[in-house]
Ligand binder design. Structure first.
Ligand SMILES: [Zn+2]
Length: 204
């Protein structure tokens, strides 16, 4: 074998070894990147760097008619029950019985009454990775039912003070929960909705 042929063979062997090593590492690296997308409590999920422009409907609408984005205050993490727990959501103060409309499209997954939330609606996003939670309602919009498809602006119910809102403290508690598609309506990781109500596009 000539020196040139031996050189070429050795070069090819080194390149092949490098490719095998690279391919072995790549799936692990991409898995790690994918795994970091799930938000943790208190951490605002960020769209991936270089992400393409998000489609229509990716920006939340303000769910209270007549309320401006700049009037919404960040109440995430505020102490509740004498500091026993932190507030997970955004409280939007409004007069009693102001219409509450869908901030994002989806399907009404659950109509639920609880001691904390009072009269509530859980709407699931079409990709089933977000749950929009509307609580302390005085009542539901006529005919609202589980399985109903809603679009932005559809009235879900009316501002109330049910649950632990406090008598006369009329406000909408809007919650945002990130889920996997197979999780139930009561599962997932709560995410601060404030930046998204203020106009930041919701990550997919
Ligand atoms: Zn609240």
């Amino acid at each position: 074998m000539s020196r040139v042929a031996r050189f070429i063979l050795i070069s090819l062997a080194i390149m092949a070894a490098a490719w095998i090593a690279l391919l072995a590492v790549l799936p692990e690296a991409s898995r790690r990147i994918g795994g970091s997308v799930a938000p943790s409590p208190g951490v605002t999920p960020q769209p991936a760097a270089g992400a393409v422009a998000l489609g229509e409907g990716a920006v939340l609408a303000v769910p209270i008619s007549g309320m401006r984005r700049q009037d919404i205050r960040d109440s995430w993490g505020d102490p509740r029950e004498n500091g026993l727990r932190e507030h997970h959501g955004a409280d939007l103060a409004a007069p009693a019985n102001t219409p509450v409309s869908a901030a994002a499209p989806g399907t009404v997954e659950k109509l639920w009454t609880s001691a904390a939330g009072g009269t509530t609606v859980y709407v699931r996003s079409p990709a089933r990775n977000w749950i929009y939670y509307y609580a302390h309602l005085s009542g539901y919009a006529p005919g609202l039912h589980e399985g109903q498809s809603v679009k932005v602006g559809d009235v879900l119910g009316y501002v109330g003070d049910t649950g632990n809102a406090g008598a006369g403290n009329f406000h909408l508690h809007f919650g945002l929960t990130h889920t996997t598609p197979d999780q139930h309506w009561y599962e997932g990781v709560d995410v601060d909705p404030y930046p998204y109500l203020a106009g930041k596009p919701l990550p997919r």
